[in-house]
Design a protein around this ligand. Structure first.
Ligand code: IPE
Length: 269
């Protein structure tokens, strides 16, 4: 059967997280090359990317993760509805950078923005995955975290790439691996990066193991490392390998996608 890997590029990896709408072009180019290497091994890639500074800052400012907040005032000139449109457009702009990095290497790619095909948030969001399933071999299908429409009274909310990967990895045929490529960390650490010199990389993480994740609540509207691990275990339980690796060290993403020995965190039972 055709083999596939689901790969998430974290928003903190491909953008400068604290700097509004700034792409890390070199990182993108390097990551695109790693996808090329994976495809040379006849493995198709479903690519999901996060938002980083193209999504979180404005989503936080206008409380978009909470949905429509009646009568709220914000520290900025926009209404919530205008902010929804802005963040969607900003995500399309980031997605274009991602597609450009792929097409520069002659990788064929198509993109499906969730606000056009998905509804509601969390791992049980509604949406037709058949376009991913039926994509021709050799084409990278790309999607990303987004602001999606939600049922009343919320009206809209944030669908994280970490939720998208759960459904893509477990419902598409032929997926045997889910890889999270992250910025600034080598995997799941026992303590947040920089907090303690005693922090070590957890190479095999079981569900009952304790780790202290970093979550920059002041700017992150989704869930940080804790969300990835939680969603990762949903996938692991379906018999699919789940790895969290650094996207900033040459070859680790390729190695993880190909099932080779790699430095990082592997989810385990
Ligand atoms: C968040 O998506 C989407 C928006 C804020 C619009 P993710 O949860 O996948 O993004 P990252 O990886 O944390 O940046």
């Amino acid at each position: 059967m055709r083999q596939r890997v689901v790969l998430k590029w974290g928003g903190g990896l491909i953008t400068e997280k604290g700097q509004l709408k700034t792409v890390r072009e070199e990182v993108l180019n390097d990551l695109a090359q790693q996808i090329e290497q994976v495809m040379e091994e006849d493995i198709d890639v479903i690519l999901v990317h996060g938002a980083g500074s193209f999504g979180h800052l404005k989503a936080k400012q206008y409380r978009l993760a909470e949905g429509h907040v009646e009568g709220a005032t914000f520290d900025g000139p926009l209404t919530q509805d205008e902010a929804v449109t802005d963040v969607r457009n900003d995500m399309l702009a980031l997605n274009e950078h991602v597609l450009n990095a792929l097409t520069r290497l002659d990788i064929s790619a198509v993109s499906l923005a969730p606000h056009q095909w998905a509804r509601n948030t969390g791992p049980s969001f509604e949406g037709d995955l058949s376009l991913f399933r039926d994509a021709p071999k050799g084409i990278v299908v790309v999607t990303h975290g987004d602001v999606v429409d939600c049922d009343e009274p919320k009206r809209f909310g944030i669908l994280s790439g970490d939720d998208l990967v759960v459904r893509l990895a477990t419902e598409l045929p032929g997926v045997n691996r889910l890889v999270f490529a992250m910025g600034g960390v080598e995997g799941v650490l026992s303590q947040p990066p920089g907090v303690s010199s005693e922090a070590y990389l957890i190479e095999r993480l079981t569900e009952n193991m304790f780790f202290e994740g970093e979550h920059a609540v002041e700017m992150d509207v989704t869930g940080g490392i804790g969300l990835k691990v939680n969603r990762g275990f949903l996938v692991h339980k379906q018999g699919i390998e789940v790895l969290l690796v650094s996207g900033e060290h040459a070859q680790r993403v390729t190695q993880a996608c190909l099932g080779q020995q790699v430095r990082g965190t592997k989810l385990a039972s």
